[in-house]
Design a binder for this molecule. Structure first.
Ligand SMILES: CCCCCCCC/C=C\CCCCCCCC(=O)OC[C@H](COP(=O)(O)O[C@@H]1[C@H](O)[C@H](OP(=O)(O)O)[C@@H](O)[C@H](O)[C@H]1O)OC(=O)CCCCCCC/C=C\CCCCCCCC
Ligand SMILES: Nc1ccn([C@@H]2O[C@H](COP(=O)(O)O)[C@@H](O)[C@H]2O)c(=O)n1
Ligand SMILES: [Mg+2]
Ligand SMILES: [Mg+2]
Length: 211
């Protein structure tokens, strides 16, 4: 499911991202600067959301989260991605996600925790970070966990739908999206763990049949 959303989404946004990336490189902006600036923008959007400005929060977080496609494009266009850039990108993703979900918890607390949305939000926050951790740790061990129904893009989109429903005045909208997100994020943790387990090479001694 995740790649079905991610691949066409990238193709669509590339029409805006590619010329923007070329322009920024021409005026001397670096990919790492875009990575950090995009995260600062997400933090501002998250703060807006926490203060009850759900529509503006969602708009600003969406606009700034889209820079996540811009930094990598810039790095590839200038002829070289960097390991530090990849580390910075992933680290900023985790900070941005923490801020956005933390902001939503703060907002829901002020609303009196409708439909238990705070609990769903905390599950989504923790499970979402674990989803990313499992992939990174699996990679470091030589395993593959690059699967799952709710990768980062899907998680943000579901939260975005909730943010818009909440901004439209539907009190159940944000909690409903968060409960769906909590369930899908937990499922994704198990999908990644199971996939990583299956990709572990069988040791030669166990693979060879006993004579
Ligand atoms: C329907 C209404 C919804 C609300 C409005 C939404 C409108 C959105 C408009 C367009 C859709 C956006 C399409 C985005 C296309 C971008 C595609 C893209 O390039 O994605 C790639 C980018 C980077 O991926 P990486 O592979 O480099 O990143 C990896 C990823 O983080 C991995 O995570 P994991 O899956 O493992 O958890 C890490 O493992 C890995 O370390 C890392 O490298 O991926 C993105 O994820 C970019 C996300 C952009 C999403 C923008 C949409 C945001 C929508 C809503 C925001 C919700 C705000 C809610 C605020 C509430 C009030 C506070
Ligand atoms: N500051 C950066 C950010 C990213 N990269 C490279 O791009 C890859 C991610 O691509 P996205 O299109 O998803 O952003 C990342 O793994 C790095 O290889 C970079 O070099 N510098
Ligand atoms: Mg990126
Ligand atoms: Mg990123």
């Amino acid at each position: 499911m995740a790649k079905i959303v991610n691949v066409p989404a990238r193709a669509v946004v590339s029409h805006v991202v590619n010329p923007t990336a070329r322009f920024l490189l021409r005026i001397g902006v670096t990919p790492n600067a875009v990575t950090v600036a995009g995260t600062v923008g997400v933090l501002i959007g998250a703060w807006l959301g926490s203060q009850g400005h759900l529509l503006w929060g969602t708009v600003v977080v969406t606009a700034c989260a889209l820079t996540d496609a811009l930094d990598g494009t810039m790095a590839r266009m200038r002829g070289g991605t960097s390991k530090f850039g990849a580390l910075l990108d992933s680290s900023m993703d985790r900070i941005a996600d923490g801020a956005v979900f933390g902001a939503v918890v703060w907002y829901l607390a002020g609303q009196g925790n409708p439909y238990g949305g705070m609990i769903a939000c905390l599950i989504s926050l923790v499970a979402g970070q674990v989803v990313s951790y499992v992939k990174a740790r699996a990679q470091s061990l030589g395993l593959n966990a690059d699967v799952g129904i709710a990768e980062r893009l899907e998680r943000l989109l579901i939260l975005g739908v909730g943010g818009l429903l909440g901004a439209a005045g539907l009190e159940w909208g944000l909690p409903a999206a968060l409960w769906v997100l909590a369930a899908l994020s937990v499922i994704t943790v198990f999908q990644r763990l199971i996939h990583a387990g299956r990709t572990e090479p069988v040791p030669p001694s166990a693979a060879e049949p006993v004579a």
